[in-house]
Design a protein. Structure first.
Length: 249
């Protein structure tokens, strides 16, 4: 078990639950300025976006702009990259991932649902998932084959675009053409079934914004499934597997 935990991160800190400190308190301006002066090395180019206390006294959560979150000393002379775990008789709790879950929920809540392509069940949904999707991705296509079963089981599927080849790519144009279509669901289904749709990259389409959001949320490949509690599931799961993950089996 410990081998798997250590293997999953660049650096993992395990701490006993009892001595955890108060996390989430921002540094004052003088402390933040001092930390920035130490960490913002010109040759690296990273900028400190924010810093706050962590659960371990003496270590601070430092978020770099468009970069990783690290745990640093107040002086900025040392930092570690990786996830922070607490240890209790019940097992290990990934505190960093738990915090990221909340951030994902918060950021996804700001996305206008009209900018998503949504497949809803009949009646009130039991749960929903948000999926960062690339229409050329084989496992994305397999996932879309499961949508009818997910809807039947009461799960709403909310799609967001994530063109793996980047902005301006053929995939970007495909995704934009689905979002800009008169019937986005139909166009999306065709593309997911390896059928073509007329190219239609309309002005103010949300593809670039959703691609950037995916990067901010830690999407590294597609499909990237995020539950309504913010848990990220990297990769494909069948409808039956997703029902277990969502606790709806």
């Amino acid at each position: 078990m410990i081998y798997q935990v250590l293997k999953s991160a660049l650096m993992v800190i395990l701490v006993v639950l009892a001595p955890l400190g108060v996390a989430g308190e921002p540094l004052d301006k003088a402390q933040l300025d001092k930390l920035r002066a130490a960490l913002e090395v010109p040759s690296v180019g990273l900028k400190v976006a924010s810093a706050k206390t962590s659960e371990i006294p003496g270590l601070y959560e430092v978020q770099f702009t468009n970069g990783p979150m690290v745990y640093s000393t107040l002086q900025g002379d040392f930092f570690v990259v990786g996830d922070l775990y607490s240890v209790s008789p019940q097992g290990y709790v990934n505190l960093a991932e738990k915090r990221r879950d909340g951030e994902r929920v918060e950021k996804l809540a700001k996305v206008n649902k009209d900018d998503m392509i949504i497949f809803s069940p009949e009646g009130a949904p039991r749960a929903y998932i948000s999926v960062f999707f690339d229409t050329t991705c084989h496992y994305c296509q397999k996932l879309h084959e499961e949508v009818a079963q997910l809807n039947k089981n009461g799960v709403e599927v909310r799609y967001l675009a994530y063109p793996r080849a980047g902005l301006g790519s053929d995939t970007f144009k495909q995704l934009a053409s689905a979002w800009c279509a008169d019937n986005p669901q139909e166009a999306f289904a065709k593309l997911s079934n390896k059928q073509s749709v007329p190219e239609n990259v309309c002005k103010d389409n949300p593809i670039a914004a959703q691609f950037q959001l995916g990067q901010e949320l830690g999407v590294q490949g597609t499909p990237a499934i995020i539950t309504q509690t913010g848990q990220m599931i990297p990769g494909y799961q069948t409808a039956d597997e997703l029902m277990v993950t969502l606790g709806l089996n």
